[in-house]
Design a protein around this ligand. Structure first.
Ligand SMILES: NC(=O)c1ccc[n+]([C@@H]2O[C@H](COP(=O)([O-])OP(=O)(O)OC[C@H]3O[C@@H](n4cnc5c(N)ncnc54)[C@H](OP(=O)(O)O)[C@@H]3O)[C@@H](O)[C@H]2O)c1
Length: 335
């Protein structure tokens, strides 16, 4: 539907990325943990920790405790968003740990309703206020879809196709936030085809720092991961365990269980380690204290164990776990 309305043709991801994603250069890794990178270095020079606590669907009343458990366990990276509705509790929990702001990498995301350039700075201000901080380490465009202010009569969002097809006006507003010092790095999410091409074809003042995409056992996107590794594009793996709907199935996969058993780690640790070993940042969410601690302990998998998970993950047809396309009436992923 989206392609028909906009007149864009579907174009192969690999070709587009090869042609246009030159902006994401310079991933280097810093200090290792469990034999895996503890950080990657962004084009800005900032270090981004390889394992973050994700806080989507982390309910109010639970998320603060999860954040404190995480920071006390050694996490220094929180992946949040305005739309998650829990930024105030996340911010309060960060403060309560007494860990200095500079030590923690905080991400938030610009919601679809705020893509109009004039709405970008006020949206950031609201997130900053809720989080109780005066800057973000990373501000991402939450989805490559802009919403109009009005909704349908039954309350569904209406896509603003002009701003969806061409996110450059939104990007320029984000670049101003970088210039102001209120945001250190900016990036798109789930932007992989025409829309990213439309963005990176411009002479960008600030390049995308990362691209956050769904990566998990069910949707491993092997070609993308491999291309990204070779071309200095840093990916962040969201829903890395398969999200709430699929986590049980993920942790029951025979190959994952076998690797975990052999190495004396848990299936979740095997999966999270696999993500980091693929060269991506990984954002597991949990509000269960023991799991928050468990998920932070990554280890380098022996090559045959890594290969066993990679092979099993790519042996079935890929299936996205999170896809809002139907609800929004837009082909979000164009794939
Ligand atoms: N950019 C985007 O559009 C986007 C979309 C989706 C997600 N994200 C980001 O990615 C983060 C992670 O994705 P996600 O929340 O979809 O899913 P996920 O991290 O793949 O899975 C979360 C689920 O796994 C469970 N879990 C966590 N650790 C476990 C363990 N060690 N053993 C057993 N179960 C475990 C959690 O349960 P409990 O919490 O009950 O422990 C929860 O039900 C989000 O929080 C968000 O920050 C971004």
């Amino acid at each position: 539907m989206y392609a028909a309305v906009s007149g864009f043709r579907a174009t192969g991801l690999g070709r587009i990325l090869r042609t246009h994603c030159t902006g994401f250069k310079s991933i280097s890794t810093a200090a290792t943990r469990g034999g895996l990178p503890n950080h990657y270095t962004l084009p800005s020079g900032d270090k981004i920790p390889s394992v973050a606590l994700g806080v989507w669907q982390a309910a109010k009343g639970e998320v603060g405790a999860a954040v404190k458990t995480a920071l006390n366990a050694g996490y220094r990276h929180i992946d949040g968003a305005w739309i998650y509705g829990n930024e105030a509790e996340v911010g309060a929990a960060i403060k309560e740990t007494g860990i200095s702001r500079e030590e923690i990498f905080i991400t938030s995301k610009l919601w679809n309703s705020f893509h109009q350039p004039d709405d970008v700075a006020p949206a950031l201000e609201e997130s900053l206020k809720r989080l109780g901080t005066d800057y973000l380490d990373l501000y991402l465009i939450h989805w490559p879809v802009a919403f109009k202010k009005e909704t349908t009569s039954d309350g569904k969002p209406i896509a603003d196709l002009d701003l969806t097809n061409d996110p450059y006006p939104t990007w320029k507003a984000l670049e101003k936030l970088v210039d102001s010092g209120k945001v250190k790095n900016i990036g798109p999410i789930n932007s992989m085809s025409c829309r990213l091409q439309n963005l990176t074809a411009n002479n960008l003042k600030h390049q995308p720092a990362v691209n956050q995409v769904e990566l998990n056992f069910w949707n491993p996107q092997q070609d993308l991961v491999s291309w990204a590794g070779k071309n200095g594009v840093l990916l962040e793996a969201y829903s890395p365990l398969g999200s709430t709907q699929q986590v049980k199935e993920t942790l029951s996969v025979p190959e994952i269980k076998a690797v975990a058993k052999e190495l004396g780690i848990t299936p979740a640790q095997a999966v999270i380690s696999w993500h980091v070993q693929r060269g991506t940042i990984v954002l597991p969410k949990s509000v269960t204290p023991s799991r928050v601690e468990e998920n932070f302990k990554v280890v380098k998998l022996p090559q045959e164990s890594f290969d066993a998970i990679e092979k099993a993950a790519t042996a079935h047809p890929p299936k996205r776990v999170v896809d809002p396309s139907k609800n929004w009436g837009v082909d979000v992923f164009e794939d």
